[in-house]
Design a binder for this molecule. Structure first.
Ligand code: MN
Length: 252
């Protein structure tokens, strides 16, 4: 029998930053940093009359509530828990939209990372992105649920063509559309000194993997790394709201 190896555990330092950008008059992004739960998320809402803002905030609130409820009742974190949280967030948005005509058609993306000991649980719908910076290299942990992203994966477009494509913002999946929500669920390992980033699509036109790695390595304070990434992206583009959550795993 293999000897019992204690599960690794880490201290997680997290920070977030968000700007409205140069063009929009309000911020429809929402972020979540819940160190007690090990839960980090970004949501990017859509819909007129501030409904987009409402949808993204509702999504992260329900996510936080469902994971917090499990935590308090001693239920172990799992991909099923994230799936349940996404489904309940989706239901809450649909119910709310059905009651208020000005909120009809509102929706949101949601990308959530949950730290559980030595592993990371990821739930993802939409076109926010999550990355891991490890040993100076950057790996994207999510696929964009956009019409253009599907074409990139099918080999019909390059990443560069996709970034300039007029339909790059058209989502193929988001919360608030249908009771049947398909959620990407991924489990990954955590290692000491890993840095994780979640960002809304406003950061993507002007941010390369080199920028992400540099921000992580030059700014050990994750709050500063989040500010640097968001402010640089806003200087270069700024056509959309820009939000980043950054967290680092430090050895205890
Ligand atoms: Mn956006």
């Amino acid at each position: 029998m293999a000897p019992d190896v204690p599960a690794p555990s880490f201290r997680v330092d997290a920070g977030a930053h968000s700007v409205v950008g140069k063009v929009r008059d309000h911020n429809e992004d929402a972020s979540l940093v819940e160190d007690d739960l090990g839960l980090y998320a970004v949501a990017d809402g859509m819909g007129g009359h501030q409904a987009g803002e409402h949808a993204s905030h509702l999504a992260v609130e329900v996510l936080s509530f469902v994971v917090g409820e499990a935590f308090r009742s001693g239920t172990a974190p799992s991909l099923d828990l994230l799936l349940d949280a996404f489904a309940r967030a989706n239901d809450a948005i649909l119910e709310d939209a059905a009651k208020r005509p000005e909120r009809q058609g509102m929706g949101t993306t949601l990308t959530a990372l949950l730290v559980d000991g030595g592993r990371l649980l990821i739930g993802h719908v939409g076109d926010c992105r999550a990355w891991r910076v490890r040993d100076g290299g950057v790996e994207q942990l999510t696929h964009d649920h956009t019409v253009v992203g599907q074409r990139v994966r099918a080999g019909l477009l390059t990443e560069e063509e996709a970034e300039q494509h007029p339909m790059r913002h058209v989502l193929s999946r988001c919360l608030g559309v249908s009771e049947d929500l398909e959620v990407d669920l991924v489990e990954a390992d955590l290692a000491a000194d890993d840095v994780y980033m979640i960002a809304s699509d406003g950061m993507i036109p002007s941010t390369s993997h080199e920028n992400l790695a540099a921000a992580a390595m030059e700014n050990p304070e994750v709050e500063i790394a989040a500010q640097v990434l968001v402010n640089r992206a806003c200087d270069r583009d700024g056509a959309d709201n820009i939000t980043a959550v950054v967290f680092a795993c430090r050895e205890l």
